[in-house]
Write a protein that binds this ligand. Structure first.
Ligand SMILES: NC(=O)C1=CN([C@@H]2O[C@H](COP(=O)(O)OP(=O)(O)OC[C@H]3O[C@@H](n4cnc5c(N)ncnc54)[C@H](OP(=O)(O)O)[C@@H]3O)[C@@H](O)[C@H]2O)C=CC1
Ligand SMILES: O=C(O)CCC(=O)C(=O)O
Ligand SMILES: [Mg+2]
Length: 429
């Protein structure tokens, strides 16, 4: 199966069956250490996962780790940034976890992180944002932040369709736009680079479907479609329209949309529309609403309790996840997952990047990868181990044993290294 990797010698494959994921007691889990601070964080986090699983299941269950390579380690070992073997392993074993990978700016290789999402068609980037008591936060009520971002993960400008300024290709595209499409608004055609933003009905629908299903199964109150549809009418505006249409078509019993609200208001007035929404809320229906991206970024600060599940496109979701993470203590405690709910493929990874200036210092917060592992354990159905890690992490923070990022904002904290933070979490399991 592999060209250069040895087959794992222990464990069994996770499989997707009609009833959902079938997880053996000793699943093979491929992992990628990542670049920069990735190895420091991985070494610490994997000890936490293993200790929790051992403590909860006493050897009956065990994660059988299988190292696969991407990024700098892959390049040094195999001369390739993303070897085929890695993709084969991630496809074959379904569920995996990775550290951050470096992407050069303004040239060089395209993002390996994005490539993995595209290769495996991991169309949802799921990033929950919640507060852990005791974490230093720049806002007055971080405990009101409890949101789950569903970021579309396969299209938008992350498709990487762009042409550099001054190339024959960009000239051809600009000529086409000007001469065949009647475009007159390219302000500086001689010196423009061009990027393309594909946003499809299918891509939107599967993302919004996943967000609504999540809201239903997790008893959430609302799904907010966040877009810049006033400006980008046929991409971001269409996202909103397709999202509402999908909610009304596929989830008529479980949702009430603001599009419905507007129709009632137009026919019967605002009081009737308010009444209909109130009745829907009392009946436990999910309110599907929408907001424009700029005001969203203000309102998540001023009225965080009004936001719950958030469904948005790729670039918005990237920005929102770092901004929202800041409200609950920052990117050191921001987990995530890239998921295809149909095939069962899932790659868990932190929201943050490689933080290169701290590489090999055993310094940064492993919280994001630890919590990404918690999401993975939940995905496997190993809820007890997931809960144990969350409780131990919370206890460690309450003991004020924290890495530099929290320590610099806390009074009376004991600043510890990445590895020591993991030790403390393990002790608190
Ligand atoms: N999924 C992925 O693999 C991602 C990869 N990247 C890539 O990572 C590289 C670096 O990106 P950059 O924009 O600097 O963003 P990073 O997220 O890597 O780091 C930015 C800053 O965030 C803080 N930070 C990041 N991780 C942690 C942590 N674990 N604990 C505590 N603080 C942390 C640090 O803040 P401070 O300086 O205040 O201490 C750090 O300087 C780029 O090549 C980028 O493309 C970026 C995002 C995601
Ligand atoms: O791939 C990258 O380098 C950055 C990706 C990113 O910022 C993200 O997915 O949040
Ligand atoms: Mg990002």
């Amino acid at each position: 199966m592999f060209k250069k990797l040895d087959m794992p010698t222990r464990g069994e494959k996770i499989e997707m069956q009609d009833t959902g994921l079938h997880v053996p007691d000793h699943p093979i889990i491929p992992f990628i250490e990542g670049d920069g601070t990735g190895p420091d964080i991985w070494r610490a986090s994997v000890r936490v996962f293993d200790a929790a699983v051992e403590k909860l299941y006493g050897g009956k269950r065990k994660l059988e780790w299988f190292e696969v390579y991407a990024g700098e380690k892959a390049f040094h070992k195999f001369g390739e940034w993303l070897p085929d073997d890695t993709l084969v392993a991630l496809r074959e074993y379904l569920v995996s976890i990775k550290g951050p990978l470096t992407t050069p700016i303004g040239g060089g290789i395209r993002s390996l992180n994005v490539a993995l999402r595209q290769e495996l068609d991991l169309y949802v980037c799921l990033r929950p944002v919640r507060y852990f008591h005791g974490v230093p936060s720049p806002v007055k009520h971080p405990e009101l932040v409890d949101m789950v971002i569903f970021r579309e993960n396969a299209e938008d400008i992350y498709a990487g369709i762009e042409w550099a300024e001054g190339t024959p290709e960009v000239k051809k595209v600009i000529d086409f736009l000007q001469n065949e499409m009647g475009v007159k608004k390219i302000r500086f055609p001689e010196t423009s680079g061009i990027g393309i933003k594909p946003v499809s009905k299918e891509g939107t629908e599967r993302l919004v479907r996943a967000a609504i299903q999540y809201a239903i199964s997790h008893k959430r109150k609302s799904v907010t479609l966040v877009h810049k549809g006033n400006i980008m009418k046929f991409t971001e505006g269409a996202f909103k329209n397709w999202g509402y249409a999908l909610a009304e078509r596929e989830f008529p019993e479980q949702t009430f949309t603001w599009a419905e609200y507007d129709r009632i208001k137009e026919q019967s007035g605002a009081a009737e529309a308010d009444k209909a929404q109130k009745a829907a809320e009392e009946a436990g229906k999910i309110i599907v609403k929408d907001t424009i991206a700029d005001i969203f970024l203000q309102q998540v600060l001023t009225r965080p309790a009004e936001f719950d599940v958030v469904a948005t496109m790729n670039l918005n979701g990237d920005y929102f996840s770092d901004a929202l993470a800041a409200q609950v203590g920052g990117i050191g405690i921001a987990p995530g997952a890239n998921i295809n709910y149909v095939t069962g493929h899932a790659v868990f990874e932190a929201t943050h990047g490689t933080a290169p200036k701290y590489a090999n210092l055993d310094k940064v917060n492993p919280g994001s990868v630890i919590l990404s592992g918690v999401m993975m354990l939940e995905h496997l159905g190993w809820q007890e181990a997931a809960d144990a890690i969350v409780n131990a992490l919370q206890k460690t923070i309450e003991q004020k044993i924290v890495t530099y990022d929290f320590a610099r904002l806390m009074e009376g904290a004991t600043e510890v290294k990445t590895s020591q933070f993991a030790d403390a979490v393990i002790k608190n399991l």
